[in-house]
Design a protein around this ligand. Sequence first.
Ligand SMILES: [Zn+2]
Ligand SMILES: [Zn+2]
Length: 848
Amino acid sequence: MTRTLPLRVTPAAGEALDSWLEALAVRFDVPLGDICRQFGIPYQGSHRPRWLLWVSADERRWIADATGIDPDRVGHCTLSTYDHKAVEIDYTKAVLNPAFPFTRHVGSRYCPLCLAESGGRWRLCWRLGWAFACLRHNCLLVDDCPRCGQPQRVTQSRWLTVPYPNRCLHSNRTEPCNADLTDAPVITLTETDQIIRTQRMLFDIIDTDRADFGVYCDYPCHARDALRDIKALAVRAFMYANRHGISAITPPTLVGGLAHHDPSPRRRTRYMSNRANIAPARAGEAAAAITAALNILREPNVADAGEHAAWMDERRVRPCYPKELNTCVQESPLVAAILIKAFAPRRGPCTQLRYKSPLAFPVAPSESQDWLRCLVQRVPAVFWPAWTVRLTPPDGRYTLPLALSCAVLLVGTDCNPRDAAHLLGDATNGSTAGQHLMALQQLPQWNDVCLALVRAGQYLATHPAPIDYARRRQLDYEDLLTEDRWNEICRQTGESPGNGMRRQIARLYLYEKISGLPARTAGFMAHSKSTIGFWLRVFNFPAEASAQFASILLGEARQFLSSKGIDEPLVWHPPLTLMHDLTLPGINLEHFGRGELRRALNEGHTTRIGHIARRLNTSNAAVRCLLDIEIDKTSITAAKYYISPHPVRDRLCVELTPAILEDRYIRQGHSLGAIARSYGVWPPLVRKLAEMYGIPLRGRPTRTSDWLYTEYAVKRRTCRDIATEVGVGEVTVRHWIKRVKSDWPPLPAITHRQIGVRASRALLSPDAMTDLQRRELRHFARALDYPTVHAAAEELAISEGNLRKQIHAVERRHSTCLIQRARRGMAQRPTPDGVRLAEAVRVAIGLG
Ligand SMILES: [Zn+2]
Ligand SMILES: [Zn+2]
């Protein structure tokens, strides 16, 4: 049963409950214990009464009944007012939760001026670790007694005496200190001082339980979270102060004051760990560190805050290790973002990618393996050409795309370039990739390049991608574009199947497309020798192959995929719009109209990527990429703009259809040479056409062939004749003969009778001869009448050389010697064959 007190003492605004009880005790001139007993609240045996933290509903009512004060107002005198805002109360243990940032478990700071003014009324907020300045008097709060240097209100043990609220209650062994706390010296500041502004801001956050200033405009939050952020930054400011002295972080207005008003330097705050939640020991230190933290958070966005926080990274003996940032993430993601922004510019490209530092809100790499697994599946070993062309300078090296792929694997993961290269199929190695990234970092546009890579990584990890490159890297490409399929495709499209190398090039082109790996890693190339020229041709393939041919090949690639049970598009890349707003060192392919490429192809009459690139004044990679896009787009209306590398053959294909060729070669028995002559083309071309059409060729001779022996040695045909017939060059036939001649059986003799028969019947029939041949024969027959060719030539009024040539031609055609040349004074004379032929000629032509 409580009794109403006869005199009322109302609690001052923001007064603590113990202060108010003392004020009552002073007013009634009784010990504090009596007041407590009067209100029914416990006091004996308790140095730190629980009711400093909270009073129960009953106690509140009893106090209200006894004093006539509103029960809620009583409640406001306890720290429960600040529960979850500036402290956290553990109601089961009746203590403050030490996990709450900057919890001050015991004691109270004070403003001597306030104490003097109010006659010893202590404010509740002075018990908070977050209070360091008096907003009424614009001064720093005082930590301890000016005489004995002990902190105040640590325990409440004087229950049995009348209290002296503005006196120091500490005593040494002999006598109490009893110093007048209102005499304590204070550090005064101006109202506009940043420390006062900081304190006002802090109380605003705590009172409204909301932070929405500066960086919090975009991420508003409760006081609790904001205080955690402030603590995380303040602690780092302390750690900076540990290295460089407290004056390094103290605002100039406070530096002088701190130096003169520091009675107990032994109680300095030293933060060795950034996990510490205890409040700074000194008000001055708290003011300096928290002001430094809030100055950073006051910036309008994370990037600016990061720039402002860069000083924390300065003059460090060791660089800030990722571990430090990782713990910071657990403490406060916002501060982690700010610190990443602050530290990233001085870190390597890998760190920047891992922490996604170019993002508006960078985050530390996630521990989860799912993210990395997603990236490994969705990134090809060779970065998408459309992206590479945009991201890298035009003169970038060919291994650069491999480095870019590794870079994407670093985004938001703990991966390093070496592991990334391994995960992507060992197409490159970590050090090469790392070097490329370092080189890219030197570019003025690096920040946007890095941002593009980060966006790509984020997009892949959070959006479904239609292609699983990890699976494609594992496929067996041995039966990609088999020889049979290749020949069939060539037959359909009228392309030349080539000698095997061309098929290999086409295979590599498809291998690159499907697997996302560089061509040189193809398993089927393992045992074949390859030159730089070969790889240039592989690179050049999209320009060399007609659009129609290439699109048929791509269809073949799709069939290959479905034969492996894979239902995926052939190629894909993340949308280029992710790079829309960025300034990148590469070439924007959207600036090239389709007409431009076509014009370059047509006007240049070229099928070399390098030539086209020079005409378009762009990079080779860009042209290759454009050609690829063209092929994809024009697969239906193919080859409209395309300049064929084989215009003659293409024309011949139209004129000499399979039906015509088959009819002439098989049914009529014309030789390939004859057919070629009738179309005015080179015989090997007709042979190629026949191969393409699948027309079986008549025994093509090899150098050991009996056929060659028969034709050359027995029938005595000339090399040119045979070459024409076979469809090869004359030199080739000579070569064959030279190789096998020694193995041939002895040549059969040609009888004179045979010559005579030939001469009379076949060769000399007027129909079978041209005018030239007729003239040659006439001159031959006339030449026999003179002793020497020289004399004959003079008589016939032609040059001696010409006549000799004509005689030779006749001899060659009849495959025998006709005249024994004049020598050593003997006149020339005809051989028996010559005599016979001359007679036959005279009869046939009528020389008479
Ligand atoms: Zn004050
Ligand atoms: Zn004292």
